[in-house]
Design a protein around this ligand. Structure first.
Ligand code: URA
Length: 237
């Protein structure tokens, strides 16, 4: 939107008052004096007008990304590594985006990217119980022992007792399963199956809370969440 319109809406004042503030040198965009009423504003900028810092139109962004294999769940990687933030950062050059929750390099699926630290903390905090749902391909079929163990709470090889989780078969051969977790322990699913001697061949995150990955997104594809979709993550809490 135009700078004069943004100021009129957010100071607030009339359009002609906004233009007067701009012409008289009372408006800064990202710390630089701006005297162009028709300068285009994306909503990411920090704008001060007549001594007041104006709220951004859209304070935070929330992005659903379909992470491909080989991409790192981090804001910055080592030289030669591609991160989930690299996949979107051209469109959001000024945002401090990070993934709210990690997927292993070999895992695929739903990663939420945001610059809203409070929201990210809320969906990751164990006491908020936001479930994450995965499709997992095993190298050995699911057993009743694994299902009972997941439901009771698996004790990992290092002695750590995990919260109860769900696992159900998705295929008749028992190799493709759906896992739902409310925790985010490092390599959690691989380590849980490892307790039963089973290996994980593929791991794809389908859902965070009540929001499912838009499967029309290709690997590496992303889109912004709507406000309603953001609410679906936390169940409106
Ligand atoms: N559990 C894992 O082992 N890996 C993931 O990427 C996510 C959950």
């Amino acid at each position: 939107m135009r700078l004069d319109k943004f100021i009129a809406e957010n100071l607030p004042c009339t359009r002609s008052e906004a233009r007067a503030h701009i012409q008289k040198g009372r408006v800064m965009v990202d710390g630089t004096l701006c005297k162009k009423a028709d300068a285009q504003i994306t909503g990411d900028e920090v704008i001060t007008a007549a001594g007041k810092t104006l709220a951004r139109r859209e304070p935070f962004v929330y992005i659903m990304l379909n992470k491909p294999q080989g991409v790192i769940s981090a804001s910055e990687g080592k030289p030669g590594e591609v991160t989930v933030v690299d996949l979107v950062k051209q469109q959001f050059p000024r945002r401090q985006l990070f993934p709210a929750g990690r997927l292993d390099k070999t895992s695929t699926g739903f990663v939420l990217l945001t610059d809203d630290g409070v929201f990210a903390h809320d969906i990751l905090a164990p006491k908020r119980h936001v479930p994450k749902t995965y499709t997992v391909v095993l190298d050995t079929p699911l057993t009743a022992e694994m299902q009972a163990g997941f439901a009771a709470g698996v004790t990992l090889a290092d002695g750590q007792l995990l919260a109860p989780a769900q696992v159900q078969p998705l295929s008749a051969d028992g190799l493709t399963v759906r896992v739902t977790l409310k925790q985010g322990v490092y390599h959690q699913i691989k380590r849980m199956f490892g307790v039963y001697g089973a290996g994980v061949n593929e791991l794809h995150r389908n859902a965070i809370g009540g929001l499912w990955l838009d499967e029309t997104l290709p690997a590496g594809g992303w889109r912004l969440l709507t406000e309603a979709e953001k609410q679906q993550i936390t169940g409106g809490q």
